[in-house]
Design a protein around this ligand. Structure first.
Ligand code: NAP
Length: 247
């Protein structure tokens, strides 16, 4: 057994769903590492919430759209320094537009961060977890990966890609006792959905059987379960946290 601290890495932990996952996993006893790209103060705030309640946390600037930056981060901050037990691939962004008008950069940026960045983190984490013969990887997909969503060709393609990646990684890594699952949130109240026009919010709300948007904590509870000992026999699955929504 390694003496290094048992660590959970959450990409995009400065706010929203990532922050809620960070707080939950800190409560479960992990040293929590979060990454951010543009909001150091919010990342610091997440860490402060954790340390104020007796946990341990660190935050790192890391552009998940950069393959090189991710490799450098794992080399410098993770490998040989901590025992990586949990990876939550959460960092994500939207660049919406109808597909006939979508610019190549709009497509590429969303694929780079939401899909390729998650793949690179998963690959780096898997290499370390394979050595310790244990690990939990949780990819944050979206209900829209399963349903499609007008105006989000780039986002839905990336999030559907994450589901395929989850299933393949689960098969390849199972012999090393590493589980890989996806969580597909529905509409969750975060900065990402804050700018939705009111008429669209009302329309979505009518489609949600539980009659409310989800909270980041709703998603974090599922992530914490998948990271827990109780979920040891669950891999390659997609968990909807969506209030019953199927569009
Ligand atoms: P959010 O509040 O907008 O937070 C996004 C997080 O990702 C922030 O921590 C942000 O860092 C980070 N991030 C964005 N681009 C990044 C990059 N290039 N490199 C590194 N980090 C980056 O979003 P959220 O709603 O919590 O969403 C979290 C995840 O859940 C995303 O993958 C999203 O697609 C997925 N999801 C959300 C919903 C929803 O309804 N909210 C539904 C389904 C799926 P900074 O703070 O530094 O910018």
């Amino acid at each position: 057994m390694s003496d290094l601290p048992k660590t959970a890495l959450i990409t995009g932990g400065s706010r929203g769903i990532g922050r809620a996952c960070a707080l939950r996993l800190a409560r479960a006893g992990y040293l929590v590492y979060i990454t951010y790209v543009s909001r150091p103060e919010q990342a610091e705030e997440t860490c402060r919430f954790i340390t104020d309640s007796g946990g341990q946390a660190g935050s790192f600037a890391l552009d998940i759209g950069s393959h090189q930056a991710i490799e450098g981060f794992f080399q410098k901050e993770i490998k040989d320094r901590v025992s990586l037990q949990v990876l939550v691939n959460n960092a994500g962004l939207t660049r919406d537009g109808l597909l006939v008008r979508m610019k190549p950069e709009q497509w590429q940026q969303v694929i780079n961060v939401n899909l390729t960045g998650s793949f690179v983190c998963l690959q780096q984490a898997a290499r370390l977890m394979m050595r310790s013969r244990s690990g939990r990887i949780i990819n944050i997909s979206s209900v829209t990966a399963q349903t499609g969503n007008a105006g989000q060709a780039n986002y839905t393609a990336a999030k559907a890609g994450l589901i395929g990646l989850t299933r393949t990684a689960a098969q390849e890594l199972a012999p090393r006792n590493i589980t890989v699952n996806a969580v597909a949130p529905g509409f969750i109240d975060t900065d990402m959905t804050a700018d939705l026009p009111q008429d669209l919010r009302d329309r979505f709300l009518q489609m949600i059987p539980l009659q409310r948007f989800g909270s980041p904590e709703d998603v974090a509870a599922c992530v914490a379960f998948l990271a827990s000992e109780e979920a040891a026999y669950i891999t390659g699955q997609v968990f909807g946290v969506n209030g019953g929504l199927y569009m």
